[in-house]
Structures are given as C-alpha cells and as structure tokens.
Design a protein around this ligand. Structure first.
Ligand SMILES: [Zn+2]
Ligand SMILES: [Zn+2]
Length: 351
C-alpha cells in the first residue's frame, strides 16, 4: 500500500509503498477513506516534543485522524466486522487498565498514540491497523461520511471533551477560543451549540470569518487590538477559555481573558520556542481562583454522547473541512500549516 513516511524532520514525507498491515488478534485493519491533517502532524514533522519525551522517530507513518471501512478483523474482536464504517480515535487505550475501565482511556499509561510511535503506524496510508479494537474503535453513524468524520478522531472530539467533560461549559457562558485552526473551530461550533456565547481570536481574517459562520458571536484580531482587553471589555471576562494553538502568547492571553473563577483549558501543544514551558500570572490566578486544565483527546467511551449531541444540535462537523488533499500534497499542506496558511480542517481523501 502507499504511505507517507517521516524520514527527516522538516523534509518532505517519503511517499512510498509498504506492506499492508495485518490485524492483531484483538485488532482490526481499516481501509482509510479520509484522514485529517492536524497541527500535531506538523509538530511531529518538525521534530518537536523531545522536551516531553514525545518526539516522533524517523520512519514513522504519520496521520492520526482516520475514518474508513473495516477490511480485516482479528479473531478476538467481537464488536466489529468487515464492511463496518468507523472512525479511529488517535489516543488508543489498552482497554484493560484502571483508566480505560473507568472511562479515561485517553490517559492510558500503556496506550498508544496513533501515527506518533512505531507500534502505531499512522493513517497517511491506504490502510491502518487499530489495536484493542473493541475498546478503541468507534462505529460511524450512517449520516456521517468518512470525509466529514475525519475530524472526529482528533480535533472535534478533543474540543468536545475539553468543553463538556473538562471545563463543564454551561449555556449562557462566554467561551473564548484562542486560535481558529481545526480544534479551535471545533470548539467554536460546539460551544455555540452548547448555548455558550463564543468570542473567537485569530490573526487571520478568513479564520475569523469561518469562526463567525460556525457560531462565534464576537471575533477579535490580535494584530489590531489587545485581545485580553477586548475580551474583558466585551464579555466581562470569559467563563471558559481555550488555548487552541499552544504558543506562550495564546496560553497567557487565554488565562488573562477569564473572569473570576474562570477555567482555562490547554489544548495546543507548544513549539520549540516554549519547549513545553510557559510562564503564567500565578498570583493573579490565585487571587481570582482561576483553574488551569490540560485536556487531551477524548475517551472512546464518550463517542456516544458526542454523536447524540451532534444529532440533537443539528450541527455538521463536515462544515469545518476547508480543503481535500491528495497524499502527494501532505508535506506541502503541513508546511502551509506551519506558516498559518491553511483554512479550516484539511482532509486527505485521495491516496
Ligand atoms: Zn490531530
Ligand atoms: Zn488502559
């Protein structure tokens, strides 16, 4: 099968032919019909993360947001059969530990990050293997196409988990979203559907326009205005704010734009500028009882709630898709992402 492999950090991915995967006895193989391109892929491609023991090694097949069709099934798998339409969460649990059994498989210590480590080759490829499929794999509702579902394996579910499970966003709350790439736009659409009022911050005009279309009531251009002052003035301080980018500026602005007892959720991972460390106004946070939460992916057990929410709210995750991409163009689109030149979610749909 064809696959895109990381050979050197920052160099074009190697588009080559590799053996098709075989399912483990508890796993399946999925024929990939769509796979989102994500800033996490860009981080991996740049060789970021060694400060967090998280650097992706050379030789890795990247790609962690696949949706597609099951084509091979291990003999222990009970919930899936050939032909099933599925979405694959990137944070794969072992399905057996305390965290997995208590509904927190996204922090499984023995889990795998799809597309980021050698034991979990990714989905910038025609097929991808999924371990512990009965635990990890998710049936796709009939109304969602693989293209529209490609965001559900990472950014959309990440935003949902952050807002619904971690921050406990309530109707009427002001939600601030710093950075309107894939996860940021997901947070805008979901936050609006949850009844929050959303203020979206991004230096890109088209990103702000897209945020408005997806439900943001206010937008802020941080090049033109101090985003913290603008949000504090217009909202009285956000109840919940997310850093959907991961640079020091957006992280601190996200904290500073909160009202008293507000909650910041960190979604973006840092670059080699910050190397995983951002200084914060801790005295101010203490004074106003600010909460700072990390959030990563979503436990697979929460997908039913997400699908129910999408249906009940009549929202379309596919509205985030800004471009469809062919395998040969993945490197160029990751480079564009590094230059903040992508729009919405870009999805690999042709291999
Ligand atoms: Zn992702
Ligand atoms: Zn586990």
């Amino acid at each position: 099968m064809r696959a895109a492999i990381l050979r050197e950090y920052g160099e074009p991915l190697d588009i080559t032919t590799v053996p098709t995967p075989e399912p483990e006895s508890d796993g399946v193989v999925v024929d990939v019909e769509a796979c989102g391109l994500c800033r996490s892929d860009w981080h991996a491609w740049q060789g970021h993360g060694e400060w967090n023991d998280d650097q992706v090694p050379h030789g890795q097949i990247l790609g962690h947001e696949p949706a597609g069709t099951v084509v091979a099934v291990g003999d222990q798998v009970e919930r899936f059969a050939e032909g099933d339409s599925v979405v694959v969460p990137f944070s794969l649990g072992d399905g057996t530990c305390h965290h997995c059994r208590s509904g927190h498989g996204n922090v499984c210590a023995d889990g795998l990050a799809l597309g980021f480590e050698p034991d979990a080759p990714g989905a910038f490829a025609e097929q991808v293997a999924v371990p512990a499929a009965d635990y990890n794999l998710v049936h796709l509702p009939a109304e969602l196409s693989p293209r529209d579902a490609a965001v559900l394996g990472c950014r959309y579910m990440t935003a949902y988990h952050a807002l619904a499970d971690r921050a406990d966003l309530a109707g009427g709350d002001w939600l601030a979203v710093h950075g309107c790439g894939g996860v940021g736009l997901s947070a805008v659409q979901l936050g609006d559907a949850m009844g929050a009022r959303v203020v979206a911050v991004d230096p890109g005009e088209s990103a702000r326009d897209r945020a408005s279309e997806l439900g943001a009531t206010e937008t802020v251009d941080p090049k033109e205005t101090n985003s913290v002052e603008a949000i504090q003035t217009r909202t009285g301080g956000a109840a919940v704010s997310v850093d959907a980018l991961g640079i020091a500026e957006t992280c601190r602005n996200s904290v500073r734009c909160l009202r008293e007892r507000g909650t910041h959720v960190q979604l973006g991972l840092t670059t080699d500028e910050e190397r995983g460390e951002v200084s914060l106004p801790t005295d101010w946070m203490t004074r106003w009882e600010i909460s700072f939460l990390g959030s990563r992916g979503m436990p697979p057990t929460r997908y039913d709630a997400l699908f129910d929410f999408i249906t009940a709210s009549d929202i379309t995750p596919g509205a985030l898709v800004g471009r469809e991409v062919v395998l040969e163009d993945v490197s160029a689109r990751l480079a564009a992402m590094g230059a903040y030149e992508t729009e919405g979610v870009e999805v690999l749909t042709s291999f």
